[in-house]
Design a binder for this molecule. Structure first.
Ligand SMILES: [Zn+2]
Ligand SMILES: [Zn+2]
Length: 488
């Protein structure tokens, strides 16, 4: 390293927050470059360390612009400290690899539904990602659902086995591209692919052809199993009784509405009475389902969607596969996730063939492994407020700032919709529902979830919290461990 320029000072900025997988690093890079400062930016498990060198006035300008721009930009972070350190004479600004990867867990952001630019690319025949369901950018796409050991390296995610192709790599390296520094980047050349299987596992089509044939299965009144990044869904038309009746037979409660996915926010007016707030929520990047009062004359949906209740669960496509199926069909779809159905849990094609035997006509599968399953989030308007009824995809891991805790705690939810939460230092993270325990392979599934969460957050719980209900398997598990259990 060269000697420091005369008059230059160097400052270290420690930024703490759930920022990995966001545009944060790219935005810092652009700001630093616009000010012509030198130094580096390095991620650590809870945020970023930035070291910058330049004259005092320019460093102060960075600090002011950083605080004003980044706090407005909705990043959740704290500027923990600014320290003056000895100049080192960097000649440029660069990004450094993460150091100390194991310290205190890895914070990751929730998934996001695809942004309008990525959807437009998928639907543009002239784009190289035409009809490619894994089209994402730094503003959208999966985060938590693909994070094996965090999001700092592609090898830490379920995309690790798909090295970036030359074109994807050049997008990631281009500061003008919306995929700049975003490692969750894929395309038909280098990323995962989809196949349509019949109910015996025979391949019927690949890539775009698989999606076109899948839409035909649905259009003809069939039930399709779809392997999404965050779990298998069962999909059919929501307008025809027979497939919806087959899906309804797999639900625990006759009163539970079957979620309906519509092609646009304007399409909801035919079925429900939605206000401005509800419409805004539907279009959020978390892509939640909205529980909302039915219109009296919503007759084009099957009566089996919500035969007894007064509400529908309505949403917009939250994944590339659903966007593309919807583009082919333009009809409301009934879609249920793993926590909603009374079937063994399935994460692999083999498990799905067994679990769905006799219940589906075909399966749209993918070579991208499912790391953890998550249902869609569910929200409802209560008075003027939106109430989250189910913390799922797009919302979890939900970070809650608590007090500094001396012990690392895991909280295990109750019997019916078991969920996990854990504490790391002064934060708690709600990790979302696993589903009902006590049937089939659900206990294995629970332990997989527990171990996966402990590994991702590098969490060594010293205390378990569970419901007092002695019937609940989570309580039995908590009592059976050597950890002192605080039941509440
Ligand atoms: Zn995008
Ligand atoms: Zn590529």
């Amino acid at each position: 390293m060269k000697d420091a320029s005369p008059g230059f000072v160097r400052k270290q900025f420690l930024v703490r927050g759930n920022l990995h997988g966001s545009r944060f690093a790219a935005a810092v890079f652009l700001l630093v470059r616009s000010l012509n400062l030198r130094g580096w930016l390095r991620p650590f498990s809870h945020g970023y360390e930035i070291q910058l060198e330049g004259d005092e006035g320019t460093l102060k300008a960075f600090e002011n612009q950083f605080l004003s721009r980044f706090q407005q930009a909705d990043y959740r972070f704290e500027l923990v400290s600014i320290n003056r350190i000895n100049p080192k004479g960097d000649m440029s600004f660069r990004l450094r690899d993460a150091e100390n990867r194991q310290s205190g867990g890895r914070w990751v952001l929730p998934d996001r539904g695809q942004c309008s630019e990525c959807v437009a690319e998928m639907l543009n025949p002239d784009n190289r990602r035409f009809f490619y369901p894994y089209t994402f950018c730094a503003d959208c796409g999966p985060r938590y659902s693909i994070a094996r050991k965090g999001l700092l390296r592609r090898g830490d995610t379920s995309l690790g086995k798909y090295p970036l192709c030359e074109q994807c790599l050049s997008e990631v390296g281009n500061s003008r591209d919306r995929r700049f520094l975003h490692l969750v980047n894929t395309c038909p050349i280098c990323g995962p692919s989809v196949e349509l299987w019949d109910h015996c596992g025979v391949v019927k089509g690949r890539q775009r052809d698989a999606l076109i044939q899948s839409a035909a299965v649905i259009e003809e009144g069939g039930v399709l199993a779809v392997k999404e990044i965050s779990g298998f869904s069962l999909v059919s038309l929501a307008t025809v009784n027979e497939p919806v009746r087959r899906i309804r037979a797999l639900l625990d409660s006759a009163h539970q509405p079957i979620p309906c996915i519509l092609h646009s926010v304007d399409a909801i007016d035919a079925f429900v009475l939605a206000g401005v707030k509800e419409r805004d929520w539907l279009m959020q990047s978390s892509a939640p389902l909205l529980r909302i009062k039915k219109r009296n004359n919503a007759s084009s949906l099957s009566g089996q969607i919500a035969p007894f209740g007064s509400h529908f669960d309505i949403g917009l496509p939250g994944s590339g596969i659903l966007h593309l199926l919807m583009n082919l069909l333009h009809l409301p779809l009934a879609v249920i996730s793993g926590v909603e159905r009374r079937l063994p849990y399935a994460c692999t094609e083999g498990e799905a063939l067994q679990a769905f035997d006799g219940h589906v006509d075909s399966m749209l599968v993918s070579d991208l492994p499912i790391l953890r399953t998550m249902p869609d989030s569910l929200v409802q308007r209560l008075g003027d407020q939106m109430q989250v009824l189910r913390h799922g995809k797009g919302i979890v891991p939900l970070e809650v700032k608590t007090g500094e805790s001396e012990k690392e705690v895991i909280a295990l939810g109750g019997k019916h919709l078991t969920s996990l939460g854990l504490s790391v230092e002064d934060r708690s993270f709600l990790l979302g529902p696993i589903g009902s325990l006590g049937q089939g392979n659900s206990l294995d599934f629970f332990f997989d979830n527990l171990n996966d969460s402990k590994a991702l957050f590098d969490h060594r719980p010293q205390q378990l919290q569970a419901d007092m209900d002695p019937q609940a398997l989570t309580a039995q598990y908590a009592l059976s461990t050597g950890n002192k259990s605080a039941a509440n």
